[in-house]
Design a protein around this ligand. Sequence first.
Ligand code: MN
Length: 717
Amino acid sequence: MAKEKENVTINDLIDKLKSYLKDQNQLNDIKKAYDFADLKHKGQFRKTGEAYINHPLHVAIILTTIYADSETIQAALLHDVLEDTDCTIDEMTDMFGSEVTKLVQGVTKLSKINFSTENEYLIDYYKKIIVGISEDVRVIIVKLADRLHNMRTLWALPAEKQKIKAKESLEILAPIAHHLGIHKIKSELEDLSLRYLKPDVFYDIAEKLNITKIERDKTVYEMMQEVTNLLTEHNIVHEIKGRSKSIYSIYNKLDKGKKFSDIYDLLALRILVNTEQECYLALGIIHSKFRPLPKRFKDYIAMPKPNMYQSLHTTVFGLDGYLFEIQIRTYAMDEVAENGIASHWAYKENKDAKANMQSTTEQKLQFFKTIMDLNNDKMSSEEFVHSVKDEVLNNNIYVFTPKGDIIELPKGATPIDFAYKIHTKVGETTVGAIVNNSIVPLNYELKDNDIVKINTNKNSAPSKEWLNIATTTQTKNKIKSYFSKNERELYIEKGKYMLEKELRKRKLVFSDFLTDANIKTIEQAIKADSLEDIYLSIGNGKNSPNGVINIIVKDKDIPIPKVVKIAPKNIDADIIVSGIDKVKVNLANCCNPVFGDDIVGYITKGNGISVHRRNCHNIMMLENRTVPVMWNQNSKLDKRYLSLLIIYSNIPDNKMPDIVQKTSVLNISIDSIKIVSKTNEVVYELGVYLKDLKQLEHLMLELNKQQYIYKLERLMR
Ligand code: MN
C-alpha cells in the first residue's frame, strides 16, 4: 500500500464495464456522466494532488468489481457533483433522469451523517436520512465504494483526520458492508482502518504473515493436491483455492487472547462445486480421510447467516498435523458470500436486479428489518440513532432458535431480548429460558451459537424487573409500553365506574343511557374514538362524569336563542349581552372562551351571566337559562384571555423547554405549564394569555408542526 498515484482513465473504466455490460446505450450514458463530472470538477484537486475526477472514476471502478449496473456507475461518477460544484438537481435530472439523480442525492445526504453527534436536531435529520435511504439500497453501495476509495487515499489527510475516518469506517461502514454481505469491501475497509488506528499491530501481523508465508504456501499447496486428488477419485468436479485470512480477522483473534501460532485457520482452503449435494458429498469424503476437529463443523447451508451467507465450514487435521479450515460451497453461494446483496447484479439473466436487490434487502436481511422495526417503534430520534449504531451495526452475537433459525442480537443480550425479538407476545409471556439444554436465569448473557428455548405461559405477564434485564432499547420500549397500556386499562376501568356511579345518582339506567346513538354523540362532543376512550377521558380526569352525562341528558324542545344585534357604541365591556345594558359578566372557567370564540351566556343564580363556548358540554342541557351574547368588536379594552391547551407527545423526553420557546417567540405570555400525565405518552397542560382566537389558532398551528406532538386540544372541563 504505497503512496501510488494510480492514474486511471475513462477507457480503463469502459474496458472493465465491457466485460459485463453489453448495451452500447448504457456505455454511452456512462461516458456522458464521466464527461459531465469531468467538466464540473475541472480545476478541483484532491488532497493527494490529483485532479478531482480521479476520485469518482476510482469509485466507479471499485463498483465494477461487483458488477454494478449502469445507473449505479453513473451515480458513482456524479456522486460529488451536487455537493461540490454549481450543478443543480434540475440540471442533473435533465441530463441523466430522475433515477440517477435520486441516487446521487441519496449519496450526498448520506455523506452528511456524523454518527457521533449529540445535537438533537441533527439526529432527527439523520433518522430521516437512514429511513429515506432504505428506499434504494444502491445508495449505500455507492457510499461504501466512495468510502473505500477515500480510505485507500487516506494517507493524504492529517493524522488526526485519519483516525476519525478510520474509526468511523470500522464502526459504521464496515458493519454495513458486512450486513449487506459485501465481503470484498468490508474486508478491505477493515484492513485499511486497522492500519491507521493501530499501525503497530497492523504492520506486526503483516510482517509475521510474511515470514511464515513460504512455509505456509508449501503446506497449503501440498494439502490442495491431496484434497483435489481425493475429490477427483470420487468424480466430484470442483475448483480448489488456498485463501489468506485478512489482517483484521487475525487481529480480532489475537485480540481475543489467541496466540499467533494457534490461529489454525491461517491455513485455509476453499472448495467450489456445482451443487448443494456435492457440498455435503465433498465434506463426507474429506472427513473420511482427514479427521475433523470436534465442534468446528458448521452448516451454514442449512442455516444461512443473517446476511445470506451460505457455506460448509470444517476444520481438519491435515498433512503433518497442521490444522486446516476448509470452506465448501457452490459457485452461486460463493457469489453471495463475496458480494452479498450486490450478487443480484452478477446474474445476467436477472432483468430487474434493482427490484430484486431491494426486495431481498427488505425481506432477507435481518438488520434491515430491525432498522425498520425500530423506525416503527415509538422511540425518540436519539434512541433510534443510538440503537442503529450500537445495537444493530456493532458487536452482534448470533444465537439459534430450537428450530435452527439464526437470530442476531447485540452483545450482552439476554433471553428476554431474544424472546421479544421472536415476538412481542412470546416476550410478554416468558416464564423461563433454556440455553443449550440447561435452565438459565433470565439475566443470563447469551453467547455466540447458543441454542435458546423460551418457555412461555399464556397467563404470565412481564415484570418491571425486566427493564433492568433487557439490553436493547427496543425490548425496553416494548416492556414499558406493556406497562403503560396497563395503566390505560386501569383508567378505563376507573372511568367506567365513575360514570356508572353518577348515572345511579341521577337515577338514569346505564343501558338506556349508553345507546349506540348516544355513544356517537358523546364521541363527537369530546372527540373520543370509542367507548373505551370515553371511559378513559373520565378516568384520567379530562372530562367529568357529569359533563359527559349532560351531553345527552338535556331539554330538547328549547330552540337555540338567536343573537340580537344591538348598537355597541356606548358599551365599553368586551362582551355584549343581548338586550341588557349593564350586567355582571364572567368568563366560565370550564371552557375558557377567548375573544372570537362562538359564545353563549348562562344566567347564574345571583352571580350575573357566565359566558361559555357554545360547544361547552356544561351548558348543553341548560338552554332554557341561556342568553345570547357576543363579543364587542369595538371594545377599547386591551384584554388578555386565559386559554388552556392539552398537548399530547409520543416521546418520553421533557419537551417543556421547546413548548415554552415556541410559544414565547409568538409573543404570547405563559401562565403555567405542567406535565399532567406521563406513561408512554407525555401530556402537558399549557396555560397562555391571548388577545384573541386568531392568536390561539396561530399558536396551535405552530405547535402542531412539532413532530413530537401528535395531538393538541383546548381543555374543556
Ligand atoms: Mn466522494
